[in-house]
Design a protein around this ligand. Structure first.
Ligand SMILES: *[C@@H]1O[C@H](CO)[C@@H](O)[C@H](O)[C@H]1NC(C)=O
Length: 315
């Protein structure tokens, strides 16, 4: 056990990846979002200014766990480009958003942050706020690592406006752990905050051979509702997005596999296609941002009608 734990710690050097160049020591216990100048790897694309320290108006601060995956990286792009809507609410200012991409695989998180930074550069309003995107390595199954990410983001940017957990784990405990750490980090800040979890269409409709996933994701939806109920009076919003089968690297077996598998999967969906990561990201961004300010304890299906409609009978 002890061996396993220390091996894990060694395997997960928590370094700010975008700053890898700046040669932060790969100390396993040092996350270092704010580790000196090293973390100043924020995308220049957003217009240069510093964050808090830079003096410009700072936009909302978003953290995406599971940010290296297909949905997470699409979300990072949406958020960086201001896709969550603009205007007040949530405590974020009117400047450019700050997006922290936390992922298990450092290279993927870094790639996602890079694309998000590009999206921020091309987006309207980039510049004055000095937002951008940053990658961090984090195993979201480890509550201490999640805690540390959130603490470092708060100490660097002053607050966290919204957190998304896009961790593709068929494990309810992971969602619970991320929820607990997020509530702790967001609860006592002015203006509250938001958390969005990801469940799945199979949480609310029986699809053969998805027993484990159905059970875990139904649990995630219950977790979101109960947590929302507990903390709504204290300014926290907790919602859930329930996607259908989404085109990502993990689902290639279904979406690009044999024609028989692909067609069978697709024909279950009333809209007759799979979700794109951007479909799911748009819903997540809505729930995280000021446009979703009065949506709480909701499960938003993004599944082409899979869980709620019957396809027309064959003609
Ligand atoms: C959840 O957190 C507990 C400690 O609070 C830890 O022991 C456990 O491994 C975590 N599990 C998962 C699946 O994240």
């Amino acid at each position: 056990m002890a061996l396993a734990r220390s091996a894990l710690a060694r395997a997960l050097p928590l370094v700010p990846l975008m700053a890898a160049r700046a040669a932060a020591e790969p100390s396993p216990s040092c996350l270092g979002v704010a580790a000196g100048g090293a973390a100043r790897a924020f995308a220049a694309a957003a217009g240069g200014g510093g964050g808090k320290a830079g003096g410009g108006p700072q936009g909302p601060v978003y953290v995406v766990f599971g940010g290296g995956g297909g949905i997470g990286s699409a979300l990072a792009r949406h958020l960086a480009a201001g896709g969550s809507g603009s205007g007040g609410g949530g405590g974020g200012g009117s400047g450019s958003p700050v997006v922290v991409v936390a992922g298990l695989h450092g290279d993927k998180a870094q790639a996602a942050a890079g694309k998000a930074a590009e999206a921020a550069g091309g987006g309207a309003g980039g510049g004055a706020g000095g937002g951008g995107a940053e990658a961090l390595q984090c195993d979201a199954r480890d509550p201490q690592q999640v805690d540390r990410v959130l603490q470092q983001v708060v100490s660097r940017w002053g607050r966290v406006d919204a957190v998304a957990s896009c961790v593709l784990e068929t494990n309810l405990v992971t969602a619970f752990n991320v929820t607990q750490a997020t509530v702790k980090a967001l609860l006592n800040q002015e203006g509250g905050g938001a958390l969005v979890l990801v469940s799945a269409a199979v949480a609310s409709t029986g699809i053969p051979h998805f027993e484990a996933m159905s059970a875990a994701k139904a649990g995630v939806e219950g977790l979101a509702r109960a947590t929302a109920a507990t903390y709504a009076p204290r300014g926290l919003r907790v919602n859930c997005v329930a996607p259908g089968l989404t085109r990502t690297a993990q689902t290639r077996g279904f979406t690009e596999g044999s024609p028989a598998v692909r067609d069978a999967s697709r024909s279950m969906v009333p809209q007759h296609r799979f979700a794109y990561p951007d479909d799911v990201a748009a819903a997540l961004a809505f729930l995280m941002g000021p446009s979703g300010a009065f949506v709480n304890g909701h499960v938003l299906a993004v599944d082409g009608g899979l869980a709620s409609l019957h396809p027309p009978a064959a003609q």
